[in-house]
Ligand binder design. Structure first.
Ligand SMILES: [Zn+2]
Length: 357
């Protein structure tokens, strides 16, 4: 990967300093589009997130962080419609885009307010949760049972897909974080991922995976040996496929949070593999992860495809991922601005540190 967009930030100054260091050639790394601190409303569960006091502060916050150097924002779960609308308008005035991992505001409301992108897809859309109150994040923002019953081809979910496309709202797929989460039967953790983690994180991730695969726990919680998250995950894949095929701009992400074990880079490769699982051809999946991302960032004239006159940002892969998508993991050399980096050496340089810094 040679260009990334961070998506929400706990330490925005760290991200900005890292970008500076990479751009100055002091640290190997991608070109970073830095996202500002989460735009969050009252009621959040995380102490690290500032809680906006209303629309005025949303505008102030957006302008402050654009001055500091960020070029994207991510709205979070407890933001209200008034705050989100004000933030979007302030950001758009300065040519900056806003994405959201929403809850109190549903997808259609966010589309009405002019949001540019929605992270995570259907898993976090609260419009289909019964009893949802305006501007309030329901207790159970993720309803795997209800979600799995929705139909992408007809009815309210189909209409929402059309609505998002009409309003030019992109959707970011983050399938790896959901795959890690809550149901058995998924591939075991890759050794290269475990090797990159600190010992403590590795233990935690493996414990989480065991818990996710524990059928007796699932039986106790759901009264069935099959977790409803399995069907919800399939529905998420269906939603993303239908959205893209209907003309929506689908983006590829990973989300290195949740139960852990989804690491930038490795997780992005896994995302492309999961897009193929969702029904896309390997070439379509690669297109989503490259061309579509560049299009969203407004960088398509410089990156996103390999063409004469564009920047020499590309990877050399052993194998043929257009036929066998798993080959995407066999990166040999990463070229950024025409300079080659040995992939094995880069990976070795972060052995045992992911999770500590
Ligand atoms: Zn998120």
């Amino acid at each position: 990967m040679t260009t990334i967009r961070t998506t929400g930030s706990i330490e925005p100054y760290t991200d900005l300093e890292l970008k500076k260091s990479i751009d100055a050639g002091e640290t190997p790394g991608p070109k970073i589009h830095v996202t500002g601190p989460y735009l969050e409303g009252k009621g959040t569960f995380a102490l690290q997130l500032h809680q906006l006091s209303g629309p005025e502060e949303a505008v102030k916050t957006v302008n402050f962080w654009i001055d500091e150097g960020v070029d994207n924002f991510k709205a979070y779960m407890f933001i209200t419609r008034a705050e989100l609308g004000a933030a979007i308008q302030a950001a758009h005035k300065r040519g900056v885009k806003v994405t959201g991992h929403l809850c109190a505001v549903n997808f259609r409301e966010a589309a009405d307010l002019g949001i540019d992108d929605l992270e995570h897809g259907l898993f976090v859309d609260t419009e289909f949760i019964s009893g949802k109150k305006e501007d309030q994040c329901p207790d159970y923002g993720e309803d795997p049972v209800g979600m799995a019953k929705l139909d992408v081809k007809a009815g309210p979910l189909h209409d929402t897909i059309q609505y998002l496309i009409q309003h030019h709202v992109a959707v970011t797929s983050t399938l790896p974080v959901f795959e890690m989460g809550s149901f058995p039967g998924r591939p075991t953790m890759q050794k290269r991922v475990l090797d990159a983690l600190t010992l403590e994180s590795r233990n935690q991730v493996l414990a989480n995976r065991l818990r996710a695969s524990d059928v007796s726990r699932i039986r106790k919680q759901w009264g069935s040996d099959v977790s409803p998250y399995e069907a919800a995950f399939k529905k998420e894949e269906e939603f993303e496929y239908a959205f893209s095929k209907a003309g929506g701009l689908l983006l590829a992400g990973l989300d290195p949070t949740g139960m852990g074990g989804v690491i930038a880079g490795f997780g992005d490769q896994r995302e492309v593999e999961l897009l193929v699982e969702a029904g896309f051809s390997p070439v379509e999946a690669i297109h989503i992860a490259t061309y579509n991302g560049a299009q969203y960032l407004g960088d398509l004239d410089r990156i996103g495809t390999i063409a004469a006159g564009k920047q020499a940002d590309l990877v050399v892969i052993k194998g043929d991922p257009s036929k066998k998508i798993e080959d995407i993991e066999n990166v040999e050399t990463v070229f950024k601005d025409g300079v080659g980096y040995d992939s094995d050496k880069l990976i070795e340089s972060v052995r045992g540190v992911a999770g500590s810094r």
